[in-house]
Design a protein around this ligand. Structure first.
Ligand code: GDP
Length: 324
């Protein structure tokens, strides 16, 4: 969190939900994300080249839904560990022929810890061995109970591979998001989180960010994690250059002086000088923290070693380490 982040609630408008798809390996997360993406591209975007930017938006019945295209619990856990709770809704994919597996349980725990509602997508119902009732029974243990069994969790039976019931799934995501009354203020300096980032040979630091408050503009002075810069270019998931991005929009930005990390927060400043000062200040604080952390590790290790009687005196090098 940045202390500079504004929490101006003066002008709140409805925003799209941000959805993460989770589930056990091979249960169909990638297939689902691909299918949703390619069957819901609006006409004016057709012809645009699909970019892998780690997130995309689906246009459905005059609504937008933002999907984080990063199946893989590691990315999700990493982001949460860094304090970025950017998901509103988790879609839990469970293969109907395989049932609840270890990573299904892990996903449930992540989603419950992050307090995001879960929509269960019982996948692969086209398969001869599919047994959706067994999945429902198994999930009841984790307090995921469908309405017709007396609970309040939304279940949708789908076939990602054959595109069956995907509209129903999108309807349920929108229903869930209506209940959550998700809003944001587009009229303030933008703030949000990094979804992924990398170093590109030609373009330098390239980061996919999710705008969570305000509107991000090309030219904005920005601090991202411990790095800073000015938004040089902004590209959407169809490879189109855009000038502004409103809440829940994922965009790829260039113009940062270094590569930030997934889960880092970003915030826009009124002028570049303040952004630089804030960025450098944060980088310094991070360095100090890291130095402290490593010196603690060193001391802990040394004390442990001494306790075990493997070392009798503290070597002078500790001093050098602490001061770093
Ligand atoms: P992930 O590891 O969860 O991302 O799973 P994938 O999307 O890679 O899917 C694993 C395998 O299951 C692939 O061979 C898919 O073609 C297959 N698959 C995914 N969804 C379905 C489905 O609805 N029906 C059937 N029959 N196969 C599916």
């Amino acid at each position: 969190m940045f202390e500079e982040e504004q929490h101006n609630t003066a002008h709140l408008v409805k925003r799209p939900p941000v959805v993460t798809v989770m589930g056990h390996v091979d249960h169909g997360k990638t297939t689902l994300l691909d299918k949703l993406r390619h069957s819901h591209v609006t006409e004016h975007e057709a012809g645009g080249i699909t970019q892998e930017i780690g997130a995309y938006q689906v246009h459905y019945n005059d609504n937008l839904i933002t999907f984080l295209d990063t199946p893989g619990h590691a990315a999700f856990t990493e982001m949460r560990a860094r304090g970025a709770n950017i998901t509103d809704i988790t879609v839990l994919v469970v293969a109907a022929d395989d049932g609840v597996m270890p990573q299904t349980v892990e996903a449930i725990h992540h989603a419950q810890a992050a307090k995001t509602p879960i929509i269960v997508a019982v996948n692969k119902i086209d398969k001869p061995g599919a047994n959706p009732d067994r999945v429902t029974e198994e999930l009841a243990k984790y307090n995921l109970i469908p309405e017709d069994w007396g609970g309040d969790t939304i279940f949708v039976k789908i076939s990602a591979k054959f595109g069956k019931n995907l509209h129903e799934l999108l309807d349920m995501i929108l229903l869930q998001s209506e209940m959550m009354e998700l809003t944001a203020n587009p009229d303030q300096n933008a703030a949000g989180s990094v979804v992924e980032a990398r170093l590109d040979q030609g373009r330098g630091s390239v980061a996919t960010v999710l705008v969570q408050q305000g509107t991000l503009h090309v030219g904005d002075p920005i601090v991202v994690g411990n790095t800073f810069g000015r938004v040089r270019t902004m590209t959407n998931e169809n490879g189109r250059r855009i000038k502004a991005a409103t809440p829940a929009t994922p965009v790829e930005i260039t113009g940062l002086n270094e590569v930030p990390e997934a889960g880092d927060r970003f915030v826009v400043f009124d002028d570049e000088k303040t952004a630089r000062v804030a960025g450098e200040e944060r980088a310094k604080r991070a360095q100090d923290k890291e130095r402290q952390r490593t010196s603690h590790v060193t001391l802990d290790n040394l004390f442990a070693t001494m306790k075990k009687g493997e070392m009798k005196t503290l070597p002078i090098i500790i001093k050098a380490d602490v001061q770093g």
